[in-house]
Design a protein. Sequence first.
Length: 274
Amino acid sequence: MPREKKSEKKDEVKTVPEYKKELVKKIAEKMKKSRTILVASTKGLPSSQFHKIKKSLRGKAEIAFAKKTIILRAIASVEKGVLQHLKEQITADTCLMFSELDAYELAGVLIDNQSPTKARAGDIAPFDIEVEAGPTNLIPGPAISELGSVGLKVSVENGKLAIRQKATIVKAGEVISDKVAGVMGKLNIEPMKVGFIPVAAYDAKDDKIYTEIKIDKEGVLKELRESLGRSLGFAVKIGYTVQETIKFIIGKAVMEEKALSAKIGSSTSTEASG
């Protein structure tokens, strides 16, 4: 019988391509030199929006796109405080930004450059989405049942559908259904934002990882206006005199003087008639 030849298995050693090594080295060098390393989500970001935002970031931040493995290797090669914990925030749809701005300032720039877009089924509502009462551009037909299926009461006015009363069709934090997404699309409601979404950041100056860097500028401004209104009213009530309150205090005094004069005049008339 012929002798069987034994197959020899050779251990295959995977070699890392030179260009990947250079990319890891380049990203690692940026990490060492930058004050802020911000991780941003690029999920659903169209190329047109990317180029627009990239242009607005000139002089403020550099963007680095690479595969997850490349970014993780770059982080692993840098001995810089608690930077290693940033690896937990890296996913397949993220990029890195390097800047001398602090994390929250850079996140604010990214938020300012986000654009509104329509919601898709499965998206999470960022806030209570309400439909105001009033006319629409929709003609009667299937749209009547579609709007009704999400709780909207409609009527026909001048050949078009009109929303009879304001209604909330999805609450903040809820998953947007296919029906709700379809209705919002027909009504041109764009509750979502498209752009770079800040996920986390490393601040070399403070040697800290920040994971809660979502900024709601409109919400903060609203809260400030409400607080200002309350504080102004309180300051006027206690007679706290400053430039911002003096005209209100004088106005209040004038009104009180008129009310008091009217009361005194009324009392005098009563005594005279008696």
